[in-house]
Design a protein around this ligand. Structure first.
Ligand SMILES: NC(=O)CCC(=O)C(=O)O
Length: 260
């Protein structure tokens, strides 16, 4: 499987339309590259730290993000994990990401469970999701998660218990905690013997510098590909049979003991 992570620069000085233009340009550059799965970061259109814009930027589930990305999924014949957007549902607002299949059909959604309360208004403005998300794709079962969720191993273990074989993570993780980012991405992959694809932002939004370093981690916890600190598309080939092979060779997941 060939994956492409669109590490987008999200800066306060820009309007979402400018980011959309760059995203669509990067998607058009993927034409002919036989990419199977594309990921975008967390709240890339509004900007994670642009809290004052959340309400105005909110959209229904089948809103702008899905409507604009679905034709790209069809054109590129690739799954697209849309990154997250502010979803409006009745009077509630969520940090929601979606997975489109290569026909542009919505196959999975995830509402961020762990909202970030430190130095952030996310927890005041949004409602937390309550369900993990495991989506059956043509490449296996994908578990979806968002940024701060990386600090909660029980969420990833639950997804593995529900058959996840790889994790798709969108993020707006700051440079200030870059070491945590790498450590947590590798730990969640290794302890769950699963591929982990994590797509981050870069640029400075609301005074917070995005850390970049989007990465693809193997089920053995090794970084297979990693972006730098600037805007770029990270493309890498992944051998998904490694998951089953490693789980059979070193069957730690079979030795789980129920602690509750
Ligand atoms: N967008 C986020 O969830 C930020 C998380 C973060 O900065 C951290 O966990 O540290």
């Amino acid at each position: 499987m060939r994956a492409a992570l669109i590490q987008l620069r999200v800066s306060s000085g820009e309007v979402p339309a400018q980011r959309w233009m760059r995203v669509e340009r990067m998607l058009s550059q993927l034409m002919g590259q036989c990419v199977d799965l594309i990921l975008l970061p967390e709240l890339w259109s509004v900007g994670f730290s642009n809290f004052a814009q959340y309400r105005e930027a909110a959209e229904p589930l089948h809103g702008t993000t899905l409507l604009r990305l679905a034709p790209w999924a069809r054109k590129l014949e690739a799954h697209i994990m849309t990154g997250s957007f502010v979803e409006r549902c009745g009077s509630q607002y969520y940090n929601t990401s979606a997975l489109l299949d290569s026909r542009g059909i919505l196959t999975g959604t995830y509402r961020k469970i762990h909202l970030f309360g430190y130095d952030s208004q996310e927890r005041q403005l949004l409602t937390a999701g309550s369900q993990t998300s495991e989506v059956l794709t043509s490449y296996g079962v994908a578990g979806m998660a968002t940024c701060y969720d990386l600090r909660f191993p029980e969420q990833f273990r639950r997804m593995v218990s529900r058959s996840a074989e790889m994790f798709l993570v969108c993020a707006a993780w700051p440079k200030a905690r870059a070491e945590d980012w790498e450590l947590l991405c590798r730990a969640r992959a290794l302890e769950n013997q699963s591929f982990l694809l994590a797509c981050n932002t870069c640029g400075t939004c609301g005074g917070v510098e995005g850390g970049g370093h989007s990465m693809i981690v193997s089920p053995e916890g090794k970084i297979l590909a990693q972006a730098g600190e600037t805007e770029q598309v990270l493309v890498a080939d992944i051998d998904l049979s490694e998951t089953a092979n490693f789980r059979a060779r070193f069957p730690a997941l079979r030795d789980r003991v129920c602690m509750s």
